[in-house]
Design a protein around this ligand. Structure first.
Ligand SMILES: [Zn+2]
Length: 69
């Protein structure tokens, strides 16, 4: 008889990944308007390297061109 245990996942949620077709993105840590307790000062990131990571909330921005073949 074998026990099958599902590994417990860490409590920390995975960083959010946001795909955008813009070369510049802003992040304030909140969702939608208003910001909130989870927000942070608005910061702008350039995606000239293809991606950027928010130093405040670890949110990751990935540039994705919408050119469809
Ligand atoms: Zn952020």
């Amino acid at each position: 008889m074998s026990e099958h245990q599902t590994p417990t996942k860490p409590a920390t949620p995975d960083p959010e990944v946001i795909y955008t077709d813009k070369r510049r993105v802003s992040c304030d840590g909140g969702k939608g308007e208003g910001g909130g307790a989870l927000g942070h000062p608005v910061v702008w990131y350039s995606l000239e390297d293809g991606e950027a990571e928010c130093g405040y909330c670890d949110r990751k921005f990935i540039y994705k061109s919408d050119s469809s073949h």
